[in-house]
Design a binder for this molecule. Structure first.
Ligand SMILES: [Zn+2]
Length: 200
């Protein structure tokens, strides 16, 4: 039974909860859907993929090995790579400021994961003054999360994956019925064209 998600957030959280399956070792309909959502995500530009991965993938993955040396979880490399990519991508936004990759990483992380940290705490953690934190946060928040009047890069990425997943029925209103079995990797327009060509 396929799951229909009410919003792309939940679909992405489900798809990104575990490391991507290596070399087709997974089976079953649930993991097929996870693979499908992941492929839809991979169709977006890399910077949009990175924004969504930081927002919805877990920072840590739980490990069931139970070895005494294992803390039970480990940092999710996919999440860490995505954060690095967003941080690299935002560098030009702060070209007029003294570069501080540690501060930028912390601000991007907090913004995308909706982590509430006071500017005082952030300033202390990164060893900079509060004014610097405020300036950098304002620039990054506007670019990534938008303003009251305009969406940011994250909003645009979320809107794109929303359209893509709705097209396939993976995201949708639960009252409209089950997920169509015709959902494939092909964009919906191609499916429609193919169907029309068939009946012509
Ligand atoms: Zn372990």
């Amino acid at each position: 039974m396929k799951t229909r998600y009410r919003c792309p957030d939940d679909a992405l959280k489900a798809a990104l909860a575990h490391a991507p399956p290596a070399g087709g070792t997974s089976s079953g309909e649930a993991s097929a859907q996870v693979g499908f959502i992941r492929r839809r995500l991979e169709q977006l530009p890399p910077e949009q993929q990175a924004l969504l991965t930081v927002a919805f993938a877990p920072r840590n993955i739980s490990c069931p090995c139970r070895r005494p040396c294992c803390s039970g979880h480990y940092p999710n490399p996919e999440w860490a790579r995505a954060l690095e990519a967003v941080v690299a991508h935002t560098a030009p936004l702060l070209s007029g400021h003294r570069p501080d990759i540690r501060l930028r990483t912390a601000i991007v992380d907090n913004l995308l994961t909706r982590t509430a940290e006071t500017q005082t705490d952030l300033a202390q953690r990164c060893g900079v003054n509060r004014q610097t934190v405020a300036e950098h946060t304002a620039i990054l928040a506007t670019a990534l999360m938008g303003t009251r009047h305009q969406g940011g890069a994250f909003d645009h990425a979320l809107a794109r994956i929303d359209v893509s997943l709705r097209e396939t029925g993976i995201v949708g209103d639960p009252v409209t019925g089950p997920v169509a079995d015709t959902a494939t990797d092909a964009p919906a327009t191609e499916v429609v064209e193919a169907a029309e060509a068939h009946t012509a």
